[in-house]
Design a protein around this ligand. Sequence first.
Ligand code: UD1
Length: 416
Amino acid sequence: MKSVYIRGNASLYGEVTIQGSKNAALPIMAAALLVPGVCVLRNCPRIADVEYMCRILVSIGCRVDRKGREIRIDASGLTDGRLPKEYVTRMRSSVMLMGPLLGRIGEVSLNHPGGCVIGDRPIDLHIKALSRMGAACRDDGTGLTAVSGGLRGTSLRLDYPSVGATENVIMAAVMADGVTCLENCAQEPEIGWLCDFLIHCGASITRQGTGRLLIRGQRDLHPCIYTIPSDRIVAGTYLCACLAAGGEVLLKGAPEGENDALEGMAERMGAKLRRTGDALRVKRAGPLLSPGRVETGSFPAFPTDLQSPFLVAMAQAEGESSMRETVFNGRFGVVAELNRMGAGIEVEKDTARVPGGRRLTGRRVRAAELRGGAALVVAGLCAEGDTLVENRSYVDRGYEDICRDLRLLGACVQDG
Ligand code: UD1
């Protein structure tokens, strides 16, 4: 697998345009299955997971044309609900095809989905909700089959505001008979973008207060042209990089109002943030203060996807801090590699204690999942000496070209 080579002791100065959002693009691509006609999706990130999703859609009878960042999906000829094992086991997001396939053709079968090694990733909430809507789901130990003679709208309350389960219910409900009232749903911005896309296609979805959606089933959706918003996690990763390494960067297209928890933390640590139009300027010149106690959670709390890159900034801060991970129980896997670089982080149960003020040392380290891999690249920027991050393909699942972007921010980073 390819690597990323990073020359350490970098401060970042420059401008970068934030790519389209992975977590918005994937469910919207899945939702295109509900539309008999050509949906045009612009600003799709050029990343491995989007490519896998294109291949899955082709394998079930869709026409998919991809030119640069524009993807045209024509699901008129959709006939097959059997998802190919090769991609399903590689990409967790394939689970979000269940709702639209059940809604559109009444059947779906898939192997247990794969994805990043960040902890237990059951799909019980998806199955429970789709069953309540009239799907008969059967798990034979290796995979899952679900069939339905017609989904029906109902009142549902998720036991936990799962992003993927919320997306599945929304897509199934759009095709169901009657009205679905979904409570305790996820409120991540990507839910809003999915609803926005479906509303552009003619769906009737209304948000009622906090965590409640009302979806009126409607079978005749029409195609639309839709621009995928920019990626809050990529913007957040580069904000963490500037925080940890110091400097001044302009993040063009950084979404507004989607990273408030991180941005508040960055200001608490002494960074200066200024928004001009759709760009966010981040400046960290002086010492980095400890952020104290941080805890991940569902939106609008601190995002679990930025926990690992933020740990690197915490390790650079003056004074001790702690990070409690409440979403994925395997998210501290990267700590062992950060500690090999000298971070001195101690993990006990769901909490990492970060002593801070540690000078990191460049090393050969190994990515084992997407955001942890990005964190190792960020750590390489602040380290003394050079770092080689192996298994770069994990990072490429979510970042179009992290080397290109960091070079635009003035770092000396190369494909290894
Ligand atoms: C999505 C994001 C991922 C992000 C996560 C949380 C995409 C493609 N991925 O993942 O980047 O880190 O939201 O913001 O959008 N759970 C269950 N049973 C279920 C479903 C989930 O117990 O049926 C648990 C999970 O194990 C986890 C928690 O709920 O502990 C959150 O998972 P969920 O919100 O579903 O995350 P994903 O949709 O997989």
